[in-house]
Design a protein around this ligand. Structure first.
Ligand SMILES: Nc1ncnc2c1ncn2[C@@H]1O[C@H](COP(=O)(O)OP(=O)(O)O)[C@@H](O)[C@H]1O
Ligand SMILES: O=P(O)(O)OC[C@H]1O[C@](O)(COP(=O)(O)O)[C@@H](O)[C@@H]1O
Length: 315
Protein backbone atom coordinates (compact mmCIF):
# COMPACT_ATOMS: atom_id res chain seq x y z
CA UNK A 1 0.00 0.00 0.00
CA UNK A 2 1.44 3.38 -1.02
CA UNK A 3 1.37 5.92 1.83
CA UNK A 4 1.68 9.68 1.43
CA UNK A 5 1.17 12.65 3.73
CA UNK A 6 0.30 16.19 2.66
CA UNK A 7 1.32 19.27 4.69
CA UNK A 8 0.29 22.54 3.10
CA UNK A 9 1.44 24.56 6.13
CA UNK A 10 4.48 22.91 7.71
CA UNK A 11 6.37 24.52 10.58
CA UNK A 12 9.57 24.51 12.52
CA UNK A 13 8.45 23.97 16.11
CA UNK A 14 10.55 26.03 18.50
CA UNK A 15 9.93 24.73 22.01
CA UNK A 16 10.89 27.16 24.79
CA UNK A 17 10.91 25.74 28.32
CA UNK A 18 9.97 28.23 31.05
CA UNK A 19 9.96 27.79 34.84
CA UNK A 20 6.36 29.01 34.74
CA UNK A 21 4.35 30.88 32.13
CA UNK A 22 2.91 34.17 33.39
CA UNK A 23 1.20 36.27 30.69
CA UNK A 24 2.40 39.87 30.66
CA UNK A 25 5.72 39.24 32.45
CA UNK A 26 9.36 38.87 31.34
CA UNK A 27 10.55 35.25 31.13
CA UNK A 28 14.05 33.81 30.99
CA UNK A 29 13.97 30.53 29.12
CA UNK A 30 15.46 27.41 30.69
CA UNK A 31 16.13 25.86 27.30
CA UNK A 32 15.08 26.00 23.68
CA UNK A 33 15.11 23.46 20.89
CA UNK A 34 13.70 23.23 17.36
CA UNK A 35 12.11 20.42 15.40
CA UNK A 36 11.10 20.50 11.77
CA UNK A 37 7.43 19.55 11.84
CA UNK A 38 3.88 20.33 10.86
CA UNK A 39 1.11 17.79 10.94
CA UNK A 40 1.78 15.66 7.84
CA UNK A 41 5.55 15.84 8.36
CA UNK A 42 5.11 14.51 11.90
CA UNK A 43 2.79 11.71 10.74
CA UNK A 44 5.34 10.70 8.09
CA UNK A 45 8.15 10.70 10.69
CA UNK A 46 6.25 8.38 13.04
CA UNK A 47 5.32 6.01 10.21
CA UNK A 48 8.92 5.95 9.01
CA UNK A 49 10.09 5.14 12.57
CA UNK A 50 7.54 2.32 12.64
CA UNK A 51 9.17 0.92 9.50
CA UNK A 52 6.74 1.81 6.71
CA UNK A 53 7.80 3.30 3.39
CA UNK A 54 6.25 6.73 3.13
CA UNK A 55 6.30 9.79 0.89
CA UNK A 56 5.69 13.33 2.13
CA UNK A 57 4.48 16.23 0.06
CA UNK A 58 3.22 19.76 0.59
CA UNK A 59 4.87 23.14 0.34
CA UNK A 60 8.14 24.20 1.98
CA UNK A 61 10.18 27.42 1.86
CA UNK A 62 13.57 27.28 0.15
CA UNK A 63 15.11 29.84 2.51
CA UNK A 64 15.16 27.60 5.60
CA UNK A 65 15.14 24.22 3.86
CA UNK A 66 17.96 22.54 5.79
CA UNK A 67 16.09 21.20 8.87
CA UNK A 68 13.39 19.63 6.69
CA UNK A 69 15.81 18.22 4.12
CA UNK A 70 17.91 16.70 6.93
CA UNK A 71 14.91 15.26 8.77
CA UNK A 72 13.35 13.68 5.68
CA UNK A 73 16.70 12.22 4.61
CA UNK A 74 17.49 10.92 8.13
CA UNK A 75 14.15 9.07 8.28
CA UNK A 76 14.33 7.87 4.63
CA UNK A 77 11.06 9.64 3.84
CA UNK A 78 10.53 10.12 0.10
CA UNK A 79 10.74 13.93 -0.15
CA UNK A 80 8.15 15.03 -2.70
CA UNK A 81 7.69 18.57 -1.37
CA UNK A 82 7.18 21.52 -3.66
CA UNK A 83 9.81 24.09 -2.63
CA UNK A 84 8.97 27.77 -3.08
CA UNK A 85 10.82 31.03 -2.33
CA UNK A 86 10.53 32.25 1.28
CA UNK A 87 10.75 30.77 4.76
CA UNK A 88 8.61 28.05 6.27
CA UNK A 89 6.98 29.45 9.43
CA UNK A 90 8.32 28.89 12.93
CA UNK A 91 5.70 28.00 15.57
CA UNK A 92 6.35 28.73 19.22
CA UNK A 93 5.64 26.10 21.86
CA UNK A 94 5.91 27.46 25.40
CA UNK A 95 6.45 24.59 27.81
CA UNK A 96 5.58 25.52 31.40
CA UNK A 97 7.83 23.33 33.55
CA UNK A 98 5.74 24.00 36.68
CA UNK A 99 2.61 22.30 35.36
CA UNK A 100 3.84 20.56 32.21
CA UNK A 101 1.35 22.40 29.97
CA UNK A 102 2.31 23.63 26.52
CA UNK A 103 0.99 26.89 25.05
CA UNK A 104 1.05 26.86 21.25
CA UNK A 105 1.53 29.98 19.16
CA UNK A 106 1.05 28.87 15.56
CA UNK A 107 1.92 31.46 12.92
CA UNK A 108 0.09 31.91 9.60
CA UNK A 109 2.81 30.54 7.30
CA UNK A 110 3.88 30.93 3.68
CA UNK A 111 1.26 32.02 1.20
CA UNK A 112 1.15 30.69 -2.35
CA UNK A 113 -1.11 30.71 -5.36
CA UNK A 114 -2.82 28.34 -7.80
CA UNK A 115 0.33 27.27 -9.67
CA UNK A 116 1.83 25.86 -6.44
CA UNK A 117 -1.44 24.10 -5.63
CA UNK A 118 -1.36 22.59 -9.14
CA UNK A 119 2.20 21.36 -8.53
CA UNK A 120 1.09 19.66 -5.29
CA UNK A 121 -1.93 18.11 -7.01
CA UNK A 122 0.36 16.71 -9.68
CA UNK A 123 2.57 15.10 -7.02
CA UNK A 124 -0.48 13.60 -5.31
CA UNK A 125 -1.75 12.30 -8.65
CA UNK A 126 1.63 10.70 -9.28
CA UNK A 127 1.80 9.08 -5.83
CA UNK A 128 -1.74 7.76 -5.39
CA UNK A 129 -4.00 5.25 -7.04
CA UNK A 130 -6.14 2.28 -6.09
CA UNK A 131 -5.08 0.93 -2.71
CA UNK A 132 -3.01 3.91 -1.65
CA UNK A 133 -3.67 5.98 1.43
CA UNK A 134 -3.21 9.75 1.75
CA UNK A 135 -3.09 11.73 5.00
CA UNK A 136 -4.17 15.36 4.56
CA UNK A 137 -3.20 17.23 7.69
CA UNK A 138 -2.97 20.63 9.30
CA UNK A 139 -4.02 24.21 8.85
CA UNK A 140 -4.11 25.98 5.49
CA UNK A 141 -2.17 29.02 4.33
CA UNK A 142 -4.39 32.10 4.27
CA UNK A 143 -4.09 32.31 0.49
CA UNK A 144 -6.08 29.08 0.06
CA UNK A 145 -9.85 28.70 0.25
CA UNK A 146 -11.28 26.38 2.92
CA UNK A 147 -12.50 23.87 0.31
CA UNK A 148 -9.04 22.65 -0.71
CA UNK A 149 -9.19 19.48 1.43
CA UNK A 150 -12.71 18.75 0.16
CA UNK A 151 -11.49 19.05 -3.44
CA UNK A 152 -8.35 17.00 -2.89
CA UNK A 153 -10.31 14.33 -1.01
CA UNK A 154 -12.81 14.03 -3.89
CA UNK A 155 -9.94 13.66 -6.38
CA UNK A 156 -8.11 11.10 -4.29
CA UNK A 157 -11.29 9.06 -3.77
CA UNK A 158 -12.00 9.10 -7.52
CA UNK A 159 -8.51 7.68 -8.00
CA UNK A 160 -9.28 4.83 -5.59
CA UNK A 161 -7.16 6.09 -2.69
CA UNK A 162 -8.26 6.19 0.93
CA UNK A 163 -8.06 9.52 2.76
CA UNK A 164 -7.32 10.25 6.41
CA UNK A 165 -8.06 13.89 7.25
CA UNK A 166 -6.77 15.81 10.27
CA UNK A 167 -8.11 19.33 9.86
CA UNK A 168 -10.08 21.91 11.79
CA UNK A 169 -12.47 24.83 11.41
CA UNK A 170 -13.88 25.71 7.98
CA UNK A 171 -11.53 23.28 6.15
CA UNK A 172 -12.86 20.36 8.21
CA UNK A 173 -16.45 21.55 7.86
CA UNK A 174 -16.11 21.81 4.06
CA UNK A 175 -14.65 18.30 3.82
CA UNK A 176 -17.43 16.88 6.02
CA UNK A 177 -20.11 18.58 3.90
CA UNK A 178 -19.09 16.64 0.77
CA UNK A 179 -21.23 13.98 -0.89
CA UNK A 180 -20.92 10.41 0.45
CA UNK A 181 -18.47 9.31 -2.27
CA UNK A 182 -16.16 12.24 -1.57
CA UNK A 183 -15.96 12.02 2.22
CA UNK A 184 -12.68 11.15 3.94
CA UNK A 185 -12.38 7.54 5.14
CA UNK A 186 -11.11 8.59 8.55
CA UNK A 187 -10.90 11.79 10.59
CA UNK A 188 -9.23 12.67 13.89
CA UNK A 189 -10.62 15.83 15.42
CA UNK A 190 -9.78 16.63 19.01
CA UNK A 191 -12.67 17.52 21.29
CA UNK A 192 -12.38 21.26 20.58
CA UNK A 193 -12.33 20.71 16.80
CA UNK A 194 -15.37 18.45 17.03
CA UNK A 195 -17.18 21.09 19.12
CA UNK A 196 -16.36 23.74 16.51
CA UNK A 197 -17.81 21.50 13.79
CA UNK A 198 -20.89 20.64 15.88
CA UNK A 199 -21.43 24.29 16.83
CA UNK A 200 -22.00 23.40 20.49
CA UNK A 201 -20.02 22.32 23.54
CA UNK A 202 -19.62 18.57 24.00
CA UNK A 203 -18.90 18.37 27.73
CA UNK A 204 -19.57 14.68 28.35
CA UNK A 205 -18.26 11.53 26.73
CA UNK A 206 -21.85 10.78 25.66
CA UNK A 207 -21.99 14.11 23.81
CA UNK A 208 -18.72 13.36 22.01
CA UNK A 209 -19.92 9.87 21.19
CA UNK A 210 -23.19 11.21 19.73
CA UNK A 211 -21.36 13.63 17.44
CA UNK A 212 -18.87 10.94 16.38
CA UNK A 213 -21.71 8.48 15.67
CA UNK A 214 -23.46 11.11 13.59
CA UNK A 215 -20.34 11.53 11.44
CA UNK A 216 -19.77 7.80 11.11
CA UNK A 217 -23.39 7.27 10.00
CA UNK A 218 -23.00 10.06 7.46
CA UNK A 219 -20.37 7.93 5.70
CA UNK A 220 -16.98 8.36 7.41
CA UNK A 221 -15.77 4.83 8.04
CA UNK A 222 -13.59 5.68 11.04
CA UNK A 223 -14.07 8.59 13.41
CA UNK A 224 -11.41 9.01 16.09
CA UNK A 225 -11.79 11.83 18.60
CA UNK A 226 -8.70 12.54 20.65
CA UNK A 227 -9.25 13.65 24.24
CA UNK A 228 -5.76 14.58 25.41
CA UNK A 229 -4.88 12.93 28.74
CA UNK A 230 -8.32 11.22 28.69
CA UNK A 231 -7.35 9.09 25.69
CA UNK A 232 -9.43 8.78 22.54
CA UNK A 233 -12.76 7.56 21.29
CA UNK A 234 -13.15 5.43 18.15
CA UNK A 235 -16.33 4.82 16.13
CA UNK A 236 -16.62 2.60 13.05
CA UNK A 237 -19.01 -0.05 11.69
CA UNK A 238 -17.39 -2.37 14.29
CA UNK A 239 -18.84 -0.29 17.13
CA UNK A 240 -17.64 2.39 19.49
CA UNK A 241 -14.91 2.25 22.07
CA UNK A 242 -12.69 4.36 24.20
CA UNK A 243 -9.00 3.74 24.75
CA UNK A 244 -7.21 5.01 27.84
CA UNK A 245 -3.62 6.26 27.71
CA UNK A 246 -1.10 4.23 29.70
CA UNK A 247 0.89 5.99 32.44
CA UNK A 248 3.48 7.93 30.46
CA UNK A 249 6.43 10.16 31.23
CA UNK A 250 5.60 13.22 29.14
CA UNK A 251 8.63 14.84 27.47
CA UNK A 252 6.54 16.89 25.04
CA UNK A 253 2.89 16.82 23.99
CA UNK A 254 3.70 18.57 20.69
CA UNK A 255 2.86 16.12 17.93
CA UNK A 256 0.92 13.67 20.13
CA UNK A 257 -2.14 14.09 17.91
CA UNK A 258 -0.01 13.50 14.82
CA UNK A 259 1.44 10.33 16.37
CA UNK A 260 -2.12 9.15 17.06
CA UNK A 261 -2.96 9.73 13.37
CA UNK A 262 0.17 7.81 12.36
CA UNK A 263 -0.94 4.92 14.59
CA UNK A 264 -4.35 4.93 12.91
CA UNK A 265 -2.68 4.77 9.51
CA UNK A 266 -0.40 1.92 10.62
CA UNK A 267 -3.51 0.10 11.89
CA UNK A 268 -5.44 0.70 8.66
CA UNK A 269 -2.38 -0.44 6.70
CA UNK A 270 -2.45 -3.77 8.58
CA UNK A 271 -6.27 -4.07 8.49
CA UNK A 272 -6.48 -4.31 12.30
CA UNK A 273 -9.83 -4.84 14.01
CA UNK A 274 -11.06 -1.71 15.84
CA UNK A 275 -9.80 -2.57 19.38
CA UNK A 276 -6.28 -3.34 18.11
CA UNK A 277 -6.30 -0.29 15.89
CA UNK A 278 -7.22 1.84 18.91
CA UNK A 279 -4.44 0.25 20.97
CA UNK A 280 -1.90 0.90 18.24
CA UNK A 281 -2.98 4.54 17.83
CA UNK A 282 -2.75 5.18 21.58
CA UNK A 283 0.60 3.38 21.74
CA UNK A 284 2.02 5.61 19.00
CA UNK A 285 0.84 8.68 20.94
CA UNK A 286 2.25 7.39 24.23
CA UNK A 287 5.55 6.44 22.58
CA UNK A 288 5.91 9.89 21.07
CA UNK A 289 4.99 11.64 24.33
CA UNK A 290 8.05 10.12 25.96
CA UNK A 291 10.28 11.87 23.39
CA UNK A 292 10.72 15.34 21.97
CA UNK A 293 10.04 15.83 18.27
CA UNK A 294 8.05 13.44 16.08
CA UNK A 295 10.00 10.38 17.13
CA UNK A 296 8.77 6.93 18.15
CA UNK A 297 10.58 4.43 20.34
CA UNK A 298 11.64 1.16 18.66
CA UNK A 299 8.79 -0.95 17.26
CA UNK A 300 8.97 -3.63 19.96
CA UNK A 301 8.56 -0.96 22.64
CA UNK A 302 5.50 0.51 20.87
CA UNK A 303 4.02 -2.99 20.56
CA UNK A 304 4.57 -3.60 24.28
CA UNK A 305 2.79 -0.32 25.12
CA UNK A 306 -0.09 -1.31 22.80
CA UNK A 307 -0.51 -4.68 24.50
CA UNK A 308 -1.18 -2.93 27.84
CA UNK A 309 -3.67 -0.35 26.61
CA UNK A 310 -7.14 -0.60 28.12
CA UNK A 311 -10.02 -0.44 25.66
CA UNK A 312 -13.66 -0.22 26.77
CA UNK A 313 -16.72 -0.72 24.59
CA UNK A 314 -19.21 2.15 24.60
CA UNK A 315 -22.98 2.15 24.13
N1 LIG B 1 -1.06 14.67 28.89
C1 LIG B 1 -1.26 13.49 28.28
N2 LIG B 1 -1.15 12.35 28.98
C2 LIG B 1 -1.34 11.15 28.40
N3 LIG B 1 -1.65 11.00 27.10
C3 LIG B 1 -1.78 12.12 26.35
C4 LIG B 1 -1.60 13.42 26.90
N4 LIG B 1 -1.79 14.32 25.92
C5 LIG B 1 -2.07 13.61 24.80
N5 LIG B 1 -2.07 12.29 25.05
C6 LIG B 1 -2.29 11.22 24.07
O1 LIG B 1 -2.11 11.77 22.77
C7 LIG B 1 -3.33 11.68 22.03
C8 LIG B 1 -3.52 12.94 21.19
O2 LIG B 1 -3.53 14.07 22.04
P1 LIG B 1 -4.53 15.28 21.84
O3 LIG B 1 -4.02 16.37 22.72
O4 LIG B 1 -5.92 14.84 22.06
O5 LIG B 1 -4.32 15.61 20.29
P2 LIG B 1 -4.17 17.00 19.54
O6 LIG B 1 -2.73 17.40 19.77
O7 LIG B 1 -4.45 16.67 18.12
O8 LIG B 1 -5.14 17.96 20.17
C9 LIG B 1 -4.43 11.48 23.08
O9 LIG B 1 -5.52 10.77 22.49
C10 LIG B 1 -3.70 10.67 24.13
O10 LIG B 1 -3.66 9.30 23.77
O1 LIG C 1 -1.18 22.92 10.97
P1 LIG C 1 -1.53 23.58 12.27
O2 LIG C 1 -2.91 23.30 12.71
O3 LIG C 1 -1.21 25.06 12.23
O4 LIG C 1 -0.62 22.94 13.38
C1 LIG C 1 0.75 22.89 13.23
C2 LIG C 1 1.38 22.46 14.50
O5 LIG C 1 0.86 21.21 14.88
C3 LIG C 1 1.90 20.24 15.04
O6 LIG C 1 1.90 19.44 13.89
C4 LIG C 1 1.65 19.44 16.29
O7 LIG C 1 0.33 18.95 16.25
P2 LIG C 1 -0.31 18.08 17.41
O8 LIG C 1 0.35 18.50 18.70
O9 LIG C 1 -1.77 18.39 17.33
O10 LIG C 1 -0.03 16.66 17.07
C5 LIG C 1 3.19 21.03 15.14
O11 LIG C 1 4.28 20.35 14.57
C6 LIG C 1 2.87 22.29 14.38
O12 LIG C 1 3.52 23.38 14.97
Amino acid sequence: MRLVTLTLNPAIDQTVTLDALTPGSVHRARSVWSDAGGKGVNVACCLADWGLAIAATGVLGQDNAAPFAQLLAAKSIDDRFVWIPGETRTNLKLLDASGGDTTDINLPGLEFGPSTVEAVRAVLADLTGPGSLAVLAGSLPRSLGPDIYARLTAELKRRGARVVLDASGPALAAALAAGRDSLPDAIKPNRHELEEWAGRPLPTLADVLDAAHHLQRSGIALVCVSLGAEGALFVSSEGALRALPPPTRVASTVGAGDALVAGLVAGLHDGLPLPDLARRALAFAAGKLSRTGANLPPRAEVEAIAADIQVERLG
